[in-house]
Ligand binder design. Structure first.
Ligand SMILES: [Zn+2]
Length: 57
């Protein structure tokens, strides 16, 4: 399951199960999907500060 959405333009990725208004998911045009944060990071993407701040668990 591809829960994580990467923005090819900004090289940022989001957690779709935890998306916020600040993510502006609807504005992302060039999308790539990942099944885990590890996979996204290995592809060179940075976690979104809004939905993947890392403060939860
Ligand atoms: Zn986000």
């Amino acid at each position: 399951m591809n829960r994580y959405l990467g923005n090819k333009n900004t090289k940022e990725f989001h957690d779709l199960n935890n998306e916020t208004i600040g993510c502006q998911i609807a504005k992302i045009k060039d999308r790539v999907y990942f099944s885990s944060p590890q996979q996204a990071k290995q592809a060179g993407y940075d976690p979104c500060a809004h939905c993947l701040s890392g403060s939860k668990r």
